[in-house]
Design a protein around this ligand. Structure first.
Ligand SMILES: NC(=O)c1ccc[n+]([C@@H]2O[C@H](COP(=O)([O-])OP(=O)(O)OC[C@H]3O[C@@H](n4cnc5c(N)ncnc54)[C@H](OP(=O)(O)O)[C@@H]3O)[C@@H](O)[C@H]2O)c1
Length: 295
């Protein structure tokens, strides 16, 4: 009881006891998950530093000279590496960044990770190892594919144009609402009890890409077609639009290894962290259609 009361007292409105101000650094703070986390933290009166290559606080994963200025005075970090923890060298980069964070006095780090990706799991281990060695509290949010990929991310334009052609067949994926990730990240940054935990977050239902596109067609009241295409044709089409080889390799990895069925089973991770069920894709799709995502 006493420790609960003192934890509450420490965690009020962006301040630790002793008057030290809490500052949350949100990397990828302009992206799908980061922007939602920024909104939530600001709504709770937290001090937030948004960091990315295009933010006022510039942070570039490829330029370690930008890391220390971004970390100055920070107490908590949301770590969303881009383009993906699966790219070669990502584990070394996030481990080096976490070491700098600990040296700068950061106390908590929340790592966004991908489910069933060996590269992402190597990065998790690298960050956790640094955390153990430095006393930093670390929470991993290991996530399935985002529902927002269809409404804000890389597939949104094709969906709006009426046809989504991807190198994926009938495999099902429990698409996850980024609002659930943001809620979980904010809890892990602000509340006690999440240090050392890895939460496997998924949506509540496994759906195929064709199922998702059917939901979107119904919600927006205009047909969208899903077409499964061979990987080679998909690569050639994107290469023709100037997409570089490293991005093509990453996409090939995501559509083959990660979508081979290994991640099809929904988990109760959202319920574990948030004490409520994960958001339904159909609800996200209805909200996105109402917000005009595909018009
Ligand atoms: N999409 C999915 O289904 C899915 C599933 C599981 C895990 N993930 C993971 O989610 C992470 C991406 O997070 P997200 O979807 O929230 O972001 P996002 O929407 O992909 O946006 C990327 C963010 O990172 C920033 N960024 C891009 N390149 C950067 C660089 N070199 N240095 C620093 N910042 C950079 C971008 O801003 P600037 O352009 O201004 O730099 C932006 O804020 C990846 O690690 C991915 O593996 C995604």
């Amino acid at each position: 009881m006493r420790s609960g009361v003192s934890a509450m007292a420490r965690l009020t409105r962006g301040r630790w006891t002793g008057g030290m101000t809490r500052i949350q650094l949100v990397t990828g703070g302009t992206g799908t998950t980061g922007s939602r986390i920024v909104q939530r933290l600001q709504a709770r009166g937290e001090q937030v530093r948004v960091a990315s290559r295009s933010s006022e606080c510039v942070l570039d994963w490829a330029d370690p000279a930008t890391w220390d200025p971004a970390l100055r005075g920070v107490t908590g970090v949301y770590l969303a590496y881009a383009p993906d923890l699966a790219v070669p060298g990502a584990d070394a980069t996030v481990a080096a960044f976490t070491r700098r964070a600990a040296a700068a006095g950061v106390q908590r780090v929340v790592l966004l990770s991908g489910r069933g990706e060996p590269g992402a799991q190597r990065a998790e281990q690298a960050v956790q190892q640094v955390a153990r060695g430095t006393g930093l509290a670390c929470t991993v949010l290991r996530c399935s594919w985002f529902a927002q990929n269809f409404s804000e991310g890389q597939f949104a334009e094709a969906v709006a144009a009426g046809e989504l052609a991807l190198p994926v067949g009938d495999v099902v994926e429990p698409f996850l609402d980024a609002d659930d990730i943001a809620d979980a990240a904010v809890l892990a940054l602000l509340d006690d009890g999440h240090a050392g935990r890895t939460y496997e977050l998924t949506g509540p239902r496994a759906l195929s890409f064709a199922d998702v596109v059917r939901e979107i067609s119904a919600a927006r009241g205009r047909p969208v077609v899903f077409r499964s295409v061979p990987l080679a044709a998909f690569r050639a089409e994107l290469a023709g639009h100037g997409v570089p080889d490293d991005v093509l390799d990453l996409l090939a990895h995501l559509f083959t290894e990660v979508l081979d069925g290994r991640n099809s089973r929904p988990t109760d991770g959202v319920q574990q962290v948030l004490g409520r069920p994960a958001g339904e894709l159909a609800d996200h799709v209805r909200r996105a259609a109402t917000a005009g995502c595909w018009t």
